[in-house]
Write a protein that binds this ligand. Structure first.
Ligand SMILES: *Cc1c(COP(=O)(O)O)cnc(C)c1O
Length: 384
């Protein structure tokens, strides 16, 4: 299989996977082992100890690297472990510029853990290139952004962010969890590091926790691989296998998420009970033009402003098909209340600045029949 000529769906199914050499098994086996027998002193078969190497993990890494159009991937025990490993590239005294709309756990890791260890951070509205530029200092080593952001769906222009970071000697890392590589490939815009919580769209079935980093630079890869082996945040082979099973249908699922997301967003926009719909695929989105240029689809994540906590509660408690839960990106539709759920750890004044009001509701639109999803939302909105 040629990674350079194959198209996305073919890569999703085949990249990184060859039939098992001993049996011909078409599916990559779950190499559930901690160690590997060495045939003689000083010689091994490429595998010594499973913190360092595991064939199931390697298949997942190669698969997602191909989907992100990157040279290599490194899988982690969670999305947070992936970001933690990237942050360990830097040393006390270094400075990181971070988009203020990043995942709450990313903010927490920077603000509560790495700040204590001597790194410094400036959080900026990364949808404004001037704000990124103004925050960069001679000590800045990394610019870290998420686009679209969770839950406000603000976009960062990746090409501009790359240009700004590189012109000032910093790397650009992009958390691409929300878009998935089907809809957006930041390395193609020049980003240095792409991060994923594979827990979300890549796995797509809400049955594991994992993270992944994809890069092009072999030297950066070696440094991250060293750090991973030194610190140990590796995923188990079974979770890698589940993620790898998930990516085989990524193109099919994302196509359905994109279609359902667009239908649901349009429908919500026509409802008088909904004050505002945040979805980059809508022409009413203030950055729709950038979204259309930078993304090839808009996914299943939608946020709506209901106007008050009470009205938001009516929606989340009266749906039956949407499940009230954290997380996103699975085949099943979820609904959440960011202010009390995913973003509860974000200080209230910061939440207010980001626009995460008590009336905000977030939907992860799954791949069910869209008419059923619309009927479900209609029933819940009628209770208001
Ligand atoms: C979930 C998520 C993470 C964290 O990933 P885990 O697998 O839960 O550790 C990071 N970034 C984004 C955008 C996420 O949605």
């Amino acid at each position: 299989m040629d990674k350079r000529t194959s198209r996305f769906g073919t890569l999703a199914i085949h990249a990184g996977q060859l039939p098992d050499v001993t049996t011909g098994a078409i599916m990559t086996p779950v190499y559930q082992t901690s160690t590997y027998v060495q045939p003689e002193l000083g010689r091994h078969l490429g595998y010594e100890y499973a913190r360092t190497q595991n064939p199931t993990r390697e298949a997942l890494e190669a698969n997602v690297a191909a989907l992100e159009a990157g040279a290599s991937g490194i899988a982690f025990a969670s999305g947070m472990a992936a970001l933690d490993n990237v942050t360990k590239l830097f040393s006390a005294g270094d400075h990181i510029v971070c988009g203020e709309g990043v995942y709450g756990g990313s903010y927490r890791l920077f603000d509560r853990v790495y700040s204590r260890l001597g790194l410094s951070f400036t959080f900026v509205d990364s949808s404004d290139p001037e704000a990124i530029s103004a925050a960069i200092t001679p000590r800045t080593k990394l610019v870290h952004v998420e686009t679209p952001t969770n839950p406000m769906m603000r976009l960062t222009d990746l090409r501009e962010a790359v240009e700004i970071a590189h012109s000032r000697g910093a790397l650009l890392s992009v958390d691409n969890t929300f878009a998935s590589p089907y809809n957006q490939r930041p390395l193609e815009s020049g980003a240095d590091i792409v991060l994923h919580s594979t827990t979300k769209y890549l796995n797509g079935h809400s049955d594991m926790i994992g993270g992944l980093v994809v890069l092009n630079d072999p030297e950066l890869h070696d440094r991250l691989r060293f750090l991973q082996n030194a610190a140990g945040g590796v995923p188990g082979p079974w979770d890698c296998w589940l993620a790898l099973r998930g990516t085989k249908t990524l193109h099919l699922r994302m196509k359905a998420h994109n279609e359902n997301g667009m239908r649901v967003a349009h429908w919500l926009e026509s409802q008088s009970a909904v004050e505002r719909v945040y979805y980059p695929g809508l022409t009413s989105h203030p950055q729709h033009e950038l979204a259309a240029r930078q993304m090839t689809g808009f996914g299943g994540m939608i946020s709506i402003e209901m106007g008050s906590l009470e009205r938001a509660r009516r929606v989340v408690e009266n749906v039956r098909l949407f499940s009230l839960a954290e997380s996103l990106g699975g085949v099943e539709s979820l609904i959440g209340h960011p202010a009390t759920m995913t973003h509860a750890s974000v200080p209230p004044e910061r939440r207010a600045r980001l626009g995460i009001t008590d009336g905000l509701v977030r939907l992860s639109v799954g791949v069910e029949d869209v008419e059923d999803l619309l009927e479900d939302l209609d029933r819940a909105l009628r209770t208001i």
